[in-house]
Design a binder for this molecule. Structure first.
Ligand SMILES: O=P(O)(O)OC[C@H]1O[C@H](OP(=O)(O)OP(=O)(O)O)[C@H](O)[C@@H]1O
Ligand SMILES: Nc1ncnc2[nH]cnc12
Length: 235
């Protein structure tokens, strides 16, 4: 049995059979505020409070693994490198678990049929997350990389302009779609991916990111679609 099945079943059983969730599950279930809050344990039952502390500690570990590179790829950009999250199997595991729990919490009544990951760093964890959620994985790729008819959307980002594509038929009309990527900066990439999903007739239920750069206000480009980020930069 897959981990995702186990998790979905254990979360479903929690309400049915009163089996206590693990502490991290309790934290995520207890409050949607845990995704971006430092006082998530306030007013929660003990298991949830312990879980909130554990989730907070996972986030500190993840944040501590990120590396910063000034002036990459162009002067003036502080590049935040998420690749170290995948170098240590324990951190990689913690990352996937935390992302899975975030999805199960925010999509409680509307589990995604499809996880759409963005070229290229959305491919690092999108397929693993899709498997855990028992969902399809579909890539958004930069223009010219995929065969057959594609839909296309232009976008501008923190350091340039580009075109994204999805293969026609990759998302079926009415399927519930979650778009995932490593970072939301200006939001241009994510908004373009959302527009492709809609062009294919998909039901865009949310966006999930590992990291948000809040001062760039990328969320404002996402038309109020539910958006969850695990971590955020403090600058
Ligand atoms: O919110 P935005 O301003 O659109 O920026 C975020 C995007 O920028 C980065 O990708 P990039 O285009 O650098 O491509 P890569 O993943 O191939 O490195 C990042 O992985 C996001 O996809
Ligand atoms: N500052 C940044 N660091 C890493 N990836 C990014 N994608 C867009 N802006 C970025």
């Amino acid at each position: 049995m897959s981990t995702s099945t186990n998790t979905a079943q254990s979360l479903a059983q929690t309400s049915k059979d009163q089996i206590p969730p693990t502490s991290v599950e309790a934290a995520v279930l207890a409050s949607s505020a845990t995704s971006n809050s430092n006082d998530a344990s306030r007013g929660q039952p003990p298991a949830a409070a312990a879980g909130a502390a554990e989730l907070a500690s996972t986030k500190i570990t993840l944040l501590g693994a990120l590396k910063r590179f000034p002036d990459f790829p162009i002067p003036g950009i502080q590049f935040i490198d998420i690749l170290p999250l995948f170098q240590d199997p324990a951190i990689h595991t913690a990352l996937l678990r935390a992302l899975e729990l975030q999805v199960l919490e925010f999509a409680e009544h509307s589990k995604p049929d499809v996880v759409v990951g963005l070229d290229a760093r959305g491919f690092l964890f999108g397929p693993s997350l899709a498997l855990r959620l028992n969902a399809s994985f579909v890539p958004v790729r930069k223009q010219g990389k995929m065969p057959g008819p594609c839909v296309t959307a232009a976008y501008e980002k923190e350091y340039g302009t580009d075109f994204f594509q999805m293969q026609e038929g990759a998302v079926k009309p009415g399927q519930k779609v979650l778009v995932v990527d490593d970072i939301i900066a200006t939001g241009g990439s994510a908004a373009a991916a959302g527009s492709l999903v809609k062009q294919l007739g998909g039901d865009l239920i949310g966006y999930l990111f590992i990291l948000e750069i809040p001062f760039l206000n990328g969320r404002s480009k996402l038309d109020g679609v539910q958006t969850v980020t695990l971590l955020e930069t403090d600058e």
